[in-house]
Design a protein around this ligand. Structure first.
Ligand code: C2E
Ligand code: MG
Ligand code: MG
Length: 596
């Protein structure tokens, strides 16, 4: 049901020095239901109004002492009473008087002697006008209030948006955008005042993907949050820590005396990883690689400093991870290329810029070629032929290794099949293919291998996969995968033996066929020295375990003779041949070489 709002009874003040008028008007208005007050002169009227403001005033003009105009002016001058409508009642009939009545603030003018009906209708219409005005004022006030509320809401939303644009939602640390702003700011300060030295630390977790894959992303996320708090503890309030994305964090170490101050921070952080993180009742060990770059006025753009710290971080990874590396400005050229490698790699895969080289492996007893090791090369459009040392670790980090590795494996299998079909080499001619940690860990490893073998119609026993110790150590399912490879009669070589964990006593746990002694052992033999170092021991133990041995990096006849004396089975190195492209390798095979 619609609800009707009855207006409150209007309060009208009549001011007139003629008692007869006062009485008449009072009776008339009271009959209409108005509340009426009376004033016999201006002073009384003003007092009455100040005591309680009426809704409307009927005001006579000609009165002793203060006339109606003055009363009206006084009312209009007071903010408390300025809005009370005043209707003049007067016998003055001159147009000048009427104009004056309006100019002092009156809203209407009624001539005396008045008609009752006229007074009533004018009073009513003025009261309605007043109510309407009040309504408008009230609506305006409400509108104003709503606008204020909205503005406040908008301001809060804006602040939140701004925060979101500057903050990493997971760790609540500043994000890359904020970090770059801060970096830009510090760099400007450095340009203005060379004293304000600072350094940038770029931290990337080692093998974080393994944690995510094995323990699940929720634990990975919690670990990142803990790591963020952990790192914060090593910084001064003036330093800045940000999460750049994934498992990458960056730090601005402000107000340093020299790079040593930043090194101290990096060292303390790396040392702190001796202690595990406790996540959901588990203990998780983490390690990280840190790249460092010192800000100098030579840096014109903040991005360049970040880039250099980033490439120093990559270098720390390439040098074995869990360490820091300081960017060396004299290696700027190299760093630039490092930075570009990642982008270039992606293009290289699409454009098939990778080729496979083959280095012969010689059976030392016969001096004949027993097989080849497939070694990938990158035919870079501007840099020429690039060694895998230059790009494999980056391909590993970015995942590009999967595509590169599959292509090397397929091509190597095809190549061996071609040689076999042409009757080149011995009947047991084999091909060695390197597998990186990440390739070995990939779920579709066996599928890819099966496919490569099937496509090339190859006997699986001719394929030898080279893995490093870190593959076995890092991967719990290694043993199972190795067994599955053995079931297929595929052979396994442990590559670069002696450079990693160098532990012979766990070898028996894995189904291996061959041990490749790292070239550093052979290279460290100089002509005068009679010491053979660990090589005889390694060969002996390998033999008792039923493993073949291959010596890498044979460069001289002396080295070859020594290895033959130690009964090493196979050898590989520049002494026999450098890695060759497919055509050269075919020619070598066709010439049936023999080294004795
Ligand atoms: P690796 O498997 O130990 O390969 C032997 C490396 O020693 C090759 O380097 C080879 O050119 C080099 N070498 C051979 N004989 C001599 C010698 O007499 N003296 C010296 N100083 N070096 C010799 P390369 O081709 O630069 O490959 C470097 C590493 O890159 C390889 O070491 C291997 O770990 C990796 N790699 C190569 N191709 C592939 C691939 O297709 N996939 C994967 N995952 N890694 C690969
Ligand atoms: Mg190898
Ligand atoms: Mg090797």
């Amino acid at each position: 049901m619609e609800q009707k709002n009855f207006p409150p009874i209007a309060d009208i003040l009549i001011v007139d020095d003629t008692p007869e008028n006062l009485r008449l008007l009072s009776v008339m208005l009271a009959q209409e239901g108005y509340k009426v007050r009376q004033a016999i002169n201006g002073t009384i009227a003003l007092n009455a109004v100040r005591r309680m403001a009426p809704d409307l005033i009927l005001l006579d003009i000609m009165m002793p002492e203060i006339d109606g105009y003055e009363v009206c002016l006084a009312l209009k001058a007071d903010p408390q009473t300025t809005n009370i409508p005043v209707i003049f009642l007067s016998a003055l009939d001159d147009i000048v008087d009427k104009v004056k009545a309006f100019s002092v603030g009156g809203v209407d003018f009624i001539n005396k002697p008045f008609q009752v009906q006229e007074v009533l209708i004018r009073v009513k219409s003025q009261l309605e006008l007043k109510t309407a005005k009040q309504k408008i004022l009230q609506l305006n006030a409400e509108l104003e209030k709503r606008v204020q509320q909205r503005t406040q809401e908008l301001e809060i939303a804006n602040a939140q948006l701004k925060k979101m644009a500057m903050q990493d939602p997971l760790t609540e640390l500043p994000n890359r955008v904020f970090f770059m702003q801060q970096l830009k700011h510090l760099l400007l300060e450095l340009h203005e005042c060379q004293q304000r030295k600072f350094a940038l630390l770029f931290l990337d977790c080692d093998r974080f993907k393994v944690i995510n894959d094995s323990l699940g992303h929720p634990i990975g996320d919690e670990l990142l949050i803990s790591l963020a708090r952990h790192l914060q503890a090593f910084l001064k309030p003036t330093d800045t820590l940000a999460r750049l994305g994934g498992d990458e964090f960056a730090m601005l170490i402000a107000d340093i005396e020299s790079i040593e101050d930043a090194i101290d921070v990096a060292k303390t952080i790396l040392d702190s990883f001796n202690q595990p993180f406790k996540i959901q009742g588990r203990e998780i060990f983490l390690s990280a690689s840190i790249g460092m770059a010192k800000a100098t006025p030579d840096y014109t753009q903040p991005e360049y400093l970040l880039r250099d710290a980033d490439s120093a971080m990559y270098r720390a990874k390439a040098l074995g991870k869990s360490r820091y590396h300081i960017f060396d400005p004299s290696l700027h050229e190299e760093a630039l290329s490092f930075f570009q490698v990642e982008t270039d790699l992606r293009r290289a895969i699409a454009r098939e810029e990778f080729t496979v080289y083959y280095q012969p492996i010689i059976a030392l007893s016969s001096g004949k070629i027993a097989g080849f090791e497939a070694l990938v090369r990158w035919q870079h459009p501007t840099r020429g032929l690039l060694s895998p040392n230059f790009f494999i670790s980056i391909a590993e980090e970015t995942g590009a290794i999967a595509a590169i590795g599959s292509s090397v494996l397929a091509r190597a299998c095809q190549q061996l099949r071609q040689w076999q079909e042409r009757g080149l080499g011995t009947s047991t001619l084999s091909i060695n293919v390197n597998l990186s940690v990440r390739q070995f860990a990939s779920k579709d490893l066996l599928e890819r291998i099966d496919l490569a073998i099937a496509d090339a119609c190859l006997d699986p026993c001719c394929l030898k996969l080279e893995i490093t110790e870190s593959v076995i150590m890092d991967n719990q399912r290694a043993s199972r995968v190795l067994q599955q490879l053995r079931d297929r009669r595929i052979k396994i070589c442990l590559d670069d033996f002696g450079t990693g964990y160098s532990s012979l006593n766990y070898l028996h746990r894995f189904p291996l066929n061959t041990l490749k002694i790292d070239k550093s052992f052979i290279g460290s033999w100089n002509n005068s020295s009679s010491s053979l170092g660990l090589v005889p021991v390694i060969i002996n133990i390998a033999r008792t375990m039923g493993l073949d041995t291959v010596a890498e990096g044979i460069e001289t006849r002396e080295q070859l003779e020594r290895l033959k004396n130690l009964d090493c089975d196979f050898g590989q190195g520049y002494f026999f041949s450098r890695p060759l492209n497919a055509t050269q390798a075919t020619e070598l095979l066709e010439s049936s070489p023999q080294w004795d």
